[in-house]
Design a protein around this ligand. Structure first.
Ligand code: PLP
Length: 381
């Protein structure tokens, strides 16, 4: 697998690639805050005020006062007991696992969980058992096999960003023993799911008891960095036991400072999600009527899986002719040959969506479409 084509986002809806300006339906900047002028101003002002690097671990001289202040605000926004900032979303579950190492007898991991969760499971110091993707029955079978004395932790994405499917967390809770823990990577769900944008737990109506939620600030927040939401005790364990936390330089203070503005901006733009979802649902309906299989999900993600290489090529060509960047996605563990992943965002105008619709409809899918893995048919819950 190669690195992606170099491209440059030039405004919330366009990017530059191969010397051309394209309409953009790619990426994970779900609320298009990565170009927010308010966040940009906050970031630049914070660079002037705090510099950009504390040049030491938070365990030594790098614990800038901005971190605790922002963590309190994050905990309040998400209704969690405590929050902790990490340098990236990838590192966040690793730090949790390092802090919880030795506490569990079995780590049960969704077979399609993000690679950072697969890596995190290795730090838990117990056998790692994969369960079938988004399948509570498969999870229940593993729980039975682990036995009544087992202390289990489940690791899963809350929302699978590659196709927009939601993990059935409520169903997991019902099949798990009351002592079981869950580590939920909500990278794609915060800001996207839940009435207040709190992610998959809010979407499922699940309490935070024995749940640790991690996420990146690089997606809906349009910023950078990682966050763990957990109990005060687990926060303390991460600080004192996790090498991923203590053994490195924390998030640059300007990103922490700008997060206060990003939280305000996120709240402000949450109401735009309704229109975006309505547009997404309409587009999915049109595509289904044209013969495509498209997963229904509460996320503004549309994944199209061409059945043949020729069909994929025609999709890409049609988008290119319409001036739309063909967001062809090839990612470890995803369908070989790639697929088309589209994200509808608040900045897309009705004209942008018309252009996308016409470009997609110019390609007729082959009539005998095999349903593509779980990705295209099961409800997104
Ligand atoms: C599900 C998921 N978890 C974690 C990450 C990593 O977050 P970050 O880019 O902040 O390291 C990503 C991708 O960026 C992701 O898609």
């Amino acid at each position: 697998m190669d690195e992606g084509m170099p491209l440059e986002r030039i405004d919330p809806t366009h990017l530059r690639c191969r010397h051309r300006r394209w309409l953009d339906f790619g990426g994970c900047d779900y609320l298009r805050l990565a170009h927010s002028p308010a966040i940009e101003r906050a970031l630049l002002a914070a660079v002037k005020r705090h510099g950009w690097n504390v040049a030491a671990s938070r365990l030594t001289t790098g614990n800038h006062p901005i971190y605790a202040r922002v963590e309190r605000k994050l905990a309040r926004f998400f209704g969690a007991e405590a929050a902790l900032l990490l340098p990236t979303g990838y590192v966040a579950p690793l730090a949790v696992a390092q802090a919880l190492a030795g506490r569990f007898t079995h780590a049960l991991v969704d077979e399609e969980a993000h690679v950072c969760l697969q890596d995190a499971a290795l730090f838990l110091g117990c056998p790692v058992w994969p369960f079938r993707h988004r399948d509570p029955h498969s999870l229940a079978r593993l729980v039975r096999r682990a036995g009544p004395q087992a202390r289990v932790i489940v690791l899963t994405d809350g929302l699978f960003g590659w196709n927009g499917a939601v993990a059935p967390l409520g169903e997991y809770r019902r099949v798990l023993p009351p002592t079981a823990w869950m580590l939920v990577d909500d990278a794609h769900a915060v800001g996207v799911l839940g009435r207040r944008g709190r992610g998959s737990l809010e979407h499922a109506g699940l309490s935070r008891t024995r749940v640790v939620q991690t996420f990146t600030l690089s997606k809906a927040f349009g910023l950078y960095g990682g966050v763990v939401l957990c109990s005060r005790q687990i926060r303390r364990w991460i600080v004192t036991r996790a090498n991923c936390f203590g053994g490195g330089t924390p998030l640059p203070p300007p990103f922490a400072a700008a997060l206060e503005t990003a939280l305000r901006e996120l709240k402000r733009v949450l109401s735009a999600r309704r229109r975006v979802l309505e547009e997404t649902v309409r587009l999915r309906d049109v595509l289904r009527r044209a013969g495509w299989e498209v997963l229904e999900t509460p996320a503004p993600v549309i994944a199209l899986f061409p059945r043949t290489a020729r069909e994929g090529r025609r999709l890409r060509e049609s988008l290119e002719q319409a001036g739309i960047h063909p967001t062809w996605t090839q990612y470890p563990g995803r369908p070989a040959g790639g697929y088309l992943r589209l994200v509808v965002a608040p900045s897309h105008t009705p004209a942008d969506l018309d252009r996308l619709r016409s470009a997609l409809l110019r390609v007729r899918p082959s009539p005998s479409r095999a349903s593509h893995r779980e990705g295209t048919q099961k409800a997104g819950r």
